[in-house]
Design a protein around this ligand. Sequence first.
Ligand code: CP
Length: 348
Amino acid sequence: MIDLTGRDFLSSLDFTPEEVRGLLAFARDIKSGRVRPNLAGKVASLLFFNPSVRTRVSCESAMARFGGAGITLNPGKDTWNFECGEGVVMDQNTQEHVRELAPVLSRMGHLVGIRKSELITVGLDKAAVSSSYAELAKDEFLHRFAEFAEVPVINLESNRWHPLQGLADALTLQEKLGEPRGKKYVLTWTWHPKSLPVATPHSQLLAACDLGMDVTLLHPQGWGLEPEVVRRARARAESQGGRLSETHDSDAALKGAVVVCAKEWGSLDYYGRFEEEQRAKEPLRARWMVDATKMHSTDDALFLHCLPVRRNVVVSDAVLNSTRSAVIDEAENRLWTAAAVFGALAGG
Ligand code: CP
C-alpha cells in the first residue's frame, strides 16, 4: 500500500511516474475490495468555486464509503468570499484570507480539496481581459492555500491541472489495455463553441505519458497545449520507454491508435482574442468532431472523454453509444482513484 502521508497533490507533476503507479495499484486494490483506505473518522473539506458532477460526487462518495465525510463548500455562495493576495486591503468583497482559512480548515479536518479555475468560470476568452494565461496558470489561490494549510491539499481542477482526472484515465487505460506501455494513444482536440480550459488535457496527456505509451497529441495549428507541459510530458514519456509526438494530421494520428481520448479546449495562441478565435475555428467544426469514420481508421480504438460532453458536437452519438466507448468506466474510476489519493495522503 503506497504511503504519501502529508503530501499535497496540486499538479500532475507532484508525483513521480513510480508514485503514480503505486497510487494506481492502490486504486485497483480498493476497487476490487482487497483493501480499504484508512479514511474512517476522517474529514475532507471540499471547496468548489466552480460547478462539478463527477469530481464532487466521487470525492464525497470516496470519503463516505470508507467511513469518513466530505463537506462541500461553495465559496461565495454558502461561505464568505476568500482572499489570497498578500497585503491586500480587504475593504471590497472578500471577507476571509487563506492565512486564516487554510489553518482553520486544517484543524477541523484531515484533507482539503479545492476546485478553482477562473478559466472554467469565464473561459479562455474572457479571462484574458483581466489576467494573462501565464498569470492564471500559477494557480495562485491553490498554492497560497497549500502554503498555510497543515493538512494535505488536493487540486480538484485548477487553471493548469486536473490531476484526479489524469489518474482516473490512467486506471482506465490499465484496466482496458493490460500493459499500456508502447501502445498508441491519441489525445485529440475537438471543436466546441466555447474556449474551454487546458487543465484536463494537460493532465490526460501526462497520464498517458507516465504509462510509457506511444502518445500522439493531435490538434489544428494554433490549438497546442502549453509548451512547457508538453515538454515535461515528453520527458516523462521517454523516461518510461514511451514517446510523445504532436501533429495536425488526423489520418496519420488515428492510424494504429488503440485509444482515442477526445477533449475540447481553447487556443492559447488566440488567448483573449475570442472573436478572432471563433472566426478561425468555425471552418474546423466539421472535421474535428470524433465520429464513426474517424474511429474506423483506428485499430478498433477505445474511446475516452472526461465528461461532461456535448453529443454530436465533440463526438457523435454512434461513437459515444458504441461498445468501444469507455466513458462511464472512466468516470467511475474517478471514485476509486479519489479514494486511493485520499487514503495515501491521509495516512494509508
Ligand atoms: N470530469 C470532471 O471533472 O467532471 P466534473 O466537472 O463534472 O467534475
